[in-house]
Design a protein around this ligand. Structure first.
Ligand code: CP
Ligand code: NVA
Length: 308
């Protein structure tokens, strides 16, 4: 499988075989790391990492990943770049492409990332936009595969805001043959265009659903997933969102309606007492820290696969 030179903007840009290739590579790189086997596949390569929003996991795991692969990561916050003073993305893309072998970006507008990819001659990796969070979703698929030994046929119930995370899980889950049911209140449901795309990617479009009732969504679910009620950039809406999404919490009572061996996931950072209770987050069904660890291994796979 050759993914050299490919951008990583959404999971829908890849085939099911390509995602399996990345997941297998991630697992292989994880084993190598645990066994202390060097895997410096990107010796002498450089990665520019542009962050217009805060990050703990994405920043640190990409930086560590690049180092483990023998390459060099450059952290660039919006204050460090001329982009922050209005330099056009097209110019930034062409200039950075002359220096580095790949660009990772976390920003607001998804179009900005698409523009960056259009003008860059090196691979561009989407480290989160308002619309998608594909590197997280890849790590999530890896985590589900590890815990459930399969992806196809499993049911994932996403409870809460129909945000970037819901979008990426809809696309990734559909592509890998999973059933994905999102429960969100009116006004906070995932974009109709993304749901339509997920249905088209799925073998059976009926397996991709948006419902109102969280209890309905989690029936027979193998995986329960949630994310913050107010994403980065929505801080001013936090109070109104807290009210609107109050019934969309993963708690012990909701968990009773899923399969007995269901796992609970959250991309983190979590707000205990809001979208998830502390009891569930710290409970035996939670895999949130395995999930967070897998960012590192999934990112290594993406970097090793796409950087030339
Ligand atoms: N899950 C995730 O992307 O976390 P950070 O915002 O800390 O990178
Ligand atoms: N939906 C969240 C995810 C954070 C990793 C946000 O965009 O802030």
């Amino acid at each position: 499988m050759d993914l050299k030179g490919r951008d990583f903007l959404t999971l829908a840009d890849f085939s099911q075989d390509e995602i399996w290739y990345l997941l297998q590579l991630a697992r292989d790189l994880k084993e190598k790391q645990k066994a202390g086997i060097p895997h410096e596949y990107l010796k002498g390569k450089t990665l520019a990492m542009i962050f217009q929003k805060a990050s703990t996991r994405t920043r640190v795991s990409f930086e560590a990943a690049m180092y483990h692969l023998g390459g060099f990561p450059m952290f660039l916050s919006k204050n460090d770049l001329q982009m922050g003073r209005g330099e056009p993305i097209e110019d930034t893309a062409r200039v950075l492409s002359r220096y580095v072998d790949g660009i990772m970006i976390r920003t607001y507008s998804h179009k900005e990332v698409e523009d960056l990819a259009r003008y860059a001659s090196v691979p561009v990796i989407n480290g989160l936009t308002d619309d998608y969070h594909p590197t997280q979703a890849l790590a999530d698929l890896l985590t589900i595969w590890e815990h459930k030994s399969a992806l196809a046929g499993l049911k994932l119930a996403y409870i809460g805001d129909g945000n970037n995370m819901a979008h990426s899980l809809l696309l990734g889950g559909a592509l890998m043959g999973m059933e994905v049911v999102v429960a969100s209140p009116e006004g906070y449901q995932p974009s109709a265009a993304v749901v339509k795309r997920a249905k088209a990617l799925a073998v059976d479009g009926e397996k991709i659903k948006v419902v109102i009732d969280p209890k309905e969504a989690v029936q027979e679910a193998d995986v329960l997933y949630t994310d913050v009620w107010a994403s980065m950039g929505q801080e001013e809406e936090a109070a109104i969102r807290k009210k609107a999404l109050a019934q969309y919490q993963i708690n012990q009572e909701l968990l009773k309606h899923a399969k007995k061996d269901a796992i609970v996931m959250h991309c983190l950072p979590a707000h205990r007492g809001e979208e998830i209770t502390a009891e569930v987050m710290e409970g035996p069904q939670s895999v949130v820290f395995d999930e967070a660890e897998n960012r590192l291994h999934a990112h290594k796979a993406i970097l090793a696969a796409v950087i030339k």
